[in-house]
Write a protein that binds this ligand. Structure first.
Ligand code: ZN
Length: 171
């Protein structure tokens, strides 16, 4: 079930192409994302506004219209790497960032744009983790070091759960 369709606009054709091609390059990770969110190339220029009085969001390009995902690269000197409002989102994708990192950033912001608590992976562990997840989560820092859970592996697992929750109408 498609939750929402987005027209993808960007600061360059290259960054738009990259984001549109992510799902195809990461099929197993992106399957729940692709089923729920439809991305297509936006026509023309997106209407953008920028806050100037909050340092966190300085220079950050927010789309004005619903149904728009705006993606940008280093040519826009924004401090925040992603943001979302109802039905729209904007985020940075740099060439040196891994596809899985960028896919998870897109997924994160689009979940926010449909009202899901994308920031709460840690707080909601009891709800989304299977028994196997719990065991692996406990062992993870012993292998990868303390504070190492914020990786595409875990983000994708949490976002898949949130996506199913959104599809079921959960707020
Ligand atoms: Zn967030």
């Amino acid at each position: 079930m498609t939750l929402r369709e987005y027209r993808v606009h960007g600061s360059s054709e290259a960054v738009v192409d990259r984001v549109l091609g992510l799902a195809a390059r990461l099929p197993s990770m992106s399957a729940p994302f692709t089923a729920a969110f439809g991305l297509s190339r936006g026509e023309g220029e997106a209407r953008i506004f920028r806050y100037s009085n909050d340092p966190t969001w300085e220079q950050f390009p927010f789309p004005i219209d619903q149904g728009v995902l705006y993606v940008f690269d280093h040519t826009i000197p924004a401090r925040a790497t992603g943001g979302a409002m109802e039905g729209r989102a904007s985020l940075r994708a740099l060439p040196q960032e891994a596809d899985a990192v960028v896919l998870c950033r897109v997924w994160h912001e689009l979940l926010h744009s449909v009202g899901q608590p994308a920031d709460d992976m840690h707080q909601r562990r009891e709800a989304w983790q299977t028994l196997a997840d719990r065991l692996w989560w406990a062992v993870w820092p012993l292998i990868f070091g303390p504070g190492s859970h914020d990786t595409p592996y875990w983000h994708a697992r949490y976002y898949a759960w949130l996506t199913r929750r959104a599809e079921a109408g959960g707020e």
